[in-house]
Design a binder for this molecule. Structure first.
Ligand SMILES: [Mn+2]
Length: 386
């Protein structure tokens, strides 16, 4: 039998089976200092305790949760010794404590034949070294996107694909695009933007992370109930002229977009709304919500707008973080993080961060397509000196 685990999982192995000998990434016990270090970094961790007590399991569930990593329990149980904490009856109880999977067997043969497979995490792309061009919130600004790609040096040639003539995109310096989410809504041509991004992704020169608008549009496309506002009504209208086949491609594309990417050996992170250091590279639901929507528990101000999240001001991670989501007049650097959503759809500009050059390239908006959202001045909000 083959079990599969996330690359950042904590796996408690209980019982006297021989399994741990074949397993790397072991820690020796609950008080091994390597345990917490590994969980913090999101490294695969095996812990073998022959007969763990319930407190130990509770403790592990707690630290796994705190570090946003999934926790699994594997056990070789002994039917003749039902007093052990790990037995067939505690499966449900363990799940209630936050254990993701409980695998128990009393069959030694089966136990000895267990093998593991690691599920690749979409957030981890350390081996992608770029160079990259990160592009902030496009919001359907198709013309500006094309102008920016031009300015960044992307070129097209004609190619034959499925016996039709098609544009093939490339960059002479083999650069890659990373879109920071909020590709749709508010703007004039979200359908064309998605068409282009899907094509670029197909041709392996573009990645994207999920933004809150993309997430909501995906829910709409899948037929889930959503509130049609904040520019979604425009996207829906624009997509009316599109084929079902294309809409299905968009669903397939958006469905697998990760919350963020860890790139270039962990030197730079791409994300829509922001990410704390202890979340980077991990993949739990809470992290996805934080990356896509911003800090949880955002309260509304008197005017109904959310209170600005302060994550950037408090960020102290080693990795650079490039993000969007909050429109600013000028790209804004603080503590190794940069907001490059320069509000194109609100009449600002569409900005790219070139990496590793750390150069900013932008194209001014050709029009003001949407109003009602104010540019944020972090310096003023946080009383920063220039
Ligand atoms: Mn957003």
């Amino acid at each position: 039998m083959q079990l599969s685990f996330e690359e950042d999982a904590l796996i408690l192995i209980a019982g006297t089976g021989q399994l741990p000998e074949r397993v790397k990434h072991k820690v020796t016990g609950i008080d091994d200092p390597k345990l917490l270090q590994r969980l913090e970094k999101g490294l695969l961790t095996f812990l073998h305790i022959i007969s763990p007590d319930f407190d130990a399991i509770l403790y592990l569930a707690k630290v796994a949760k705190k570090n946003f990593v999934p926790f699994h329990v594997l056990g070789k149980v002994d039917r003749n010794n039902p007093d052990k904490v790990i037995n067939f009856k505690v499966r449900k109880k363990l799940r209630r404590q936050g254990v993701k999977n409980v695998y128990l067997t009393d069959d030694l043969k089966e136990w000895n034949a267990l093998s593991f497979r690691l599920k690749r995490m979409r957030t981890r792309m350390c081996n992608e070294h770029g160079p990259f061009d990160f592009i902030g919130d496009i919001h359907g600004c198709y013309e500006e996107l094309n102008a920016l790609l031009d300015k960044l040096g992307y070129v097209t040639t004609d190619a034959i694909k499925n016996s039709t003539l098609q544009k093939k995109y490339f960059h002479p310096d083999k650069r890659k695009l990373v879109f920071l989410g909020d590709m749709v809504d508010r703007g004039p041509a979200s359908d064309k933007v998605m068409e282009l991004i899907l094509e670029l992704n197909d041709q392996n020169i573009a990645y994207a992370v999920l933004g809150n608008h993309d997430e909501k549009f995906l829910r709409y496309l899948k037929g889930n109930p959503v509130r049609v506002n904040s520019g979604l009504e425009r996207t829906i209208r624009q997509f009316e002229r599109k084929s079902e086949a294309f809409k299905n491609n968009v669903i397939r594309f958006l469905k697998v977009l990760p919350s963020h990417y860890v790139l270039d050996d962990g030197r730079i992170i791409a994300v829509h709304a922001g990410i704390r250091e202890d979340m980077q590279g991990k993949d739990k639901r809470e992290i996805k919500d934080y990356c896509v929507f911003g800090e949880p528990g955002e309260t509304k101000k008197d005017d109904g707008l959310p209170v600005r999240q302060d994550w950037g001001r408090d960020y102290n991670g080693k990795a650079k973080v490039v993000y969007g989501h909050t429109p600013v007049k000028e790209p804004f650097w603080i503590n190794n993080s940069i907001d490059i959503d320069s509000g194109c759809v609100f009449g600002g500009k569409l900005t790219a961060l070139r990496y590793p050059e750390m150069e900013l390239i932008s194209v001014n908006a050709f029009d003001t397509y949407s109003s009602g959202v104010d540019f944020v001045d972090f310096r003023k909000e946080w009383n920063l000196k220039d």
